[in-house]
Design a protein around this ligand. Structure first.
Ligand code: B1M
Length: 213
């Protein structure tokens, strides 16, 4: 029985070719799809998240590993049976109104996907009403907002207010982040969580939803 170590190592190295080959050979050997995802891919991204939070690796390595997971997922996704619980939860993410920075948001998004969340990415310059409408449509567990400009941070409380007005604030958890955003600001605007980087965004999201590990 494989422990998926070679697969995890390939993901950590960002070696897409080897990771795809390892995923395929695990499938050929009859391994459980869920095990390949959890013990091979997600474990590797957890490790990357920790290393990133500690400053041991940097953005390019994270992006490469996240891309590696995405490529492997393409082999796994069609094999999940109907009703199989593939997602750890639904995340609706976007960069707030007026803000065009998306590198950090994309990183958070990919890390979340790598960790098993289903992510809907609204892109950049997302007005509060768009967060609201999409929330009404897909009923996410978490609404995640990114801002890189001090001038666009106020769009975060405005979005929370819009969720409130629409009567859905208590149905979602709100997570915020981005370079100028702080824990204190999150408390001030009554967001449920703040994450300083993509690695901790995943662990905070799990915590918000009561998921262990
Ligand atoms: Co702009 N920019 N920029 N910029 N830009 C900054 C942010 C700035 C700090 C540069 C500076 O002056 N030193 C400054 C903001 C100052 C401020 O308000 N505090 C600034 C400015 C002023 C501007 C313009 C106004 C410049 C102008 O036109 N006069 C303009 C604004 C445009 C707009 O948005 N309306 C502008 C434009 C741009 C570019 C388009 C050229 C480009 C963006 C390209 C893109 O994103 N596709 C750009 C870039 C690249 C930067 C810098 C250089 C890099 C940002 C980045 O991608 N970092 C930036 C200076 C800097 O940070 N060194 C700067 C890497 C990324 C991985 O980190 O985004 O912080 P970050 O994401 C991290 C965490 O913050 C966290 O996790 C990520 C990964 O660890 N995180 C979350 C992010 N979102 C999260 C959400 C979460 C949780 C964690 O939960 C939901």
């Amino acid at each position: 029985m494989s422990d998926f170590k070679a697969l995890s190592e390939a993901v950590i190295k960002g070696d897409i070719k080897t990771a795809i080959a390892e995923t395929q050979s695990a499938l050929d050997a009859g391994s459980n799809v869920r095990d390949i995802l959890d013990k091979g891919l997600v474990t590797a991204m957890d490790e990357m998240g920790e290393r990133f939070s500690k400053g041991l690796i940097f953005v390019p390595q994270m992006l490469r590993s996240a891309k590696t997971v995405k490529e492997c997922m393409k082999l796994l996704e069609p094999l999940f049976q109907e009703g199989d619980v593939i997602s750890k939860g639904k995340v609706l993410i976007g960069t707030v109104k007026g803000d065009l920075h998306d590198i950090g948001k994309n990183l958070v998004s990919m890390m979340m996907e790598g960790a098993g969340f289903t992510v809907t990415d609204l892109g950049v310059d997302v007005p509060p009403e768009k967060f609201v409408h999409k929330s009404q449509e897909i009923e996410p567990d978490i609404v995640a907002m990114s801002a890189l400009l001090s001038t666009t941070m106020p769009a975060m409380p405005l979005t929370i207010e819009a969720l409130q007005k629409a009567g859905i604030r208590d149905k979602v958890k709100v997570m915020i982040g981005g370079a100028p955003v702080t824990e204190r600001y999150a408390q001030e605007i009554k967001a449920d969580s703040y994450a300083s980087d993509a690695g901790s965004a995943v662990s905070k999201a799990k915590k918000l939803l009561g998921i262990r590990g």
